[in-house]
Write a protein that binds this ligand. Structure first.
Ligand SMILES: Nc1ncnc2c1ncn2[C@@H]1O[C@H](COP(=O)(O)OP(=O)(O)OP(=O)(O)O)[C@@H](O)[C@H]1O
Ligand SMILES: [Mg+2]
Length: 259
């Protein structure tokens, strides 16, 4: 498969990663192209969060290469182009005494430096990001006094405020009710289609993911599947192999534990 590097927002070549002696990712080859809505699935402990962290340069890989926007990871500097909401975003920040507005402004610190003051234009951007996620009425509310779903949307707004070209979300809908989850996917779909943002989404909600995304990768240390939702539907046994259980059991599987 030959595709020019320019189109690839993320390119991973023969990459492996170990925690100590434990191989967590083995010989990963993966390409995420501009405009993709990319769903990453796999059982607990299969290395999904680890894969995202290697893409973000947060964990050093032992073998292979990662390219971001065509550049080798170690040369990549445009971190503004990437918005990331970690699996632990909620757990980390809820005790932190800050308002929605303040948390979202933190998304600009990469550009502004931690102690720079926000100018009028920055504040406008913060308000826009808050509006996109539907939290304008909560701007001055302390994030500790929001519901889990509202907190999650605050972290999405923080990731959006620097106009990222790539948005990486690690299980953003865990603990969020069905209605809010639906709205949340509509929001993502809008960001992807109307604003052209490339999205990488980790989720256990396979039923939803196959409806929303245009590419799916199925991870269990190695990649077991990489293709479109239609192809994915035709090869569900791949998924069974990955999970080692029946589909029906995992489609509605939610887990609250943090890893
Ligand atoms: N900091 C760490 N040190 C050592 N091992 C780790 C560390 N973090 C994760 N692991 C191990 O690496 C493997 C992959 O973990 P990872 O968090 O990437 O899985 P995941 O697919 O995101 O799972 P989940 O669906 O539960 O979020 C697991 O076996 C886990 O125990
Ligand atoms: Mg994870």
């Amino acid at each position: 498969m030959v595709i020019s590097m320019k189109e690839a927002v993320v390119q991973i070549k023969d990459m492996s990663f170990k925690y100590g002696n434990e191989t967590v990712l083995r010989d990963i080859n993966l390409q995420i192209k501009q405009g993709d809505f990319f769903g990453l699935i796999g059982p607990n402990g299969s290395g999904k969060s680890t894969l995202l962290k290697t893409i973000l340069g947060l964990l050093p890989i032992q073998k292979g290469e990662v390219f971001l926007f065509g550049k080798p990871l170690h040369q990549f500097r445009d971190w503004d182009k990437i918005g990331y909401v970690s699996q632990k975003a909620n757990a980390f920040n809820t005790g932190f005494p800050a308002t929605v507005f303040e948390v979202v402004s933190m998304g600009l610190f990469g550009k502004k430096g931690l102690f720079r003051r926000l100018n009028k234009q920055d504040k406008q951007k913060v308000r826009e990001a808050i509006k996109i996620v539907g939290l304008s009425d909560y701007e001055k509310r302390n994030i500790g006094k929001l519901s889990g779903g509202q907190q999650q949307r605050t972290f999405i707004a923080r990731a959006l405020v620097s106009d990222p070209k790539l948005l990486i979300l690690d299980e953003p809908t865990v603990g969020i009710d069905a209605d809010s989850t639906k709205q949340f996917y509509q929001l993502l779909s809008k960001l992807n289609r109307e604003m052209g943002i490339t999205i990488v989404l980790v989720s256990h909600d396979i039923a939803v993911i196959t409806k929303q995304v245009n590419k799916i990768a199925c991870l269990n240390k190695g990649l077991h599947f990489h293709g479109s939702p239609a192809e994915f539907d035709q090869s569900r046994e791949v998924l069974q192999k990955t999970y080692g259980v029946e589909m029906g059991l995992i489609t509605h599987h939610h887990h609250m534990e943090e890893s």
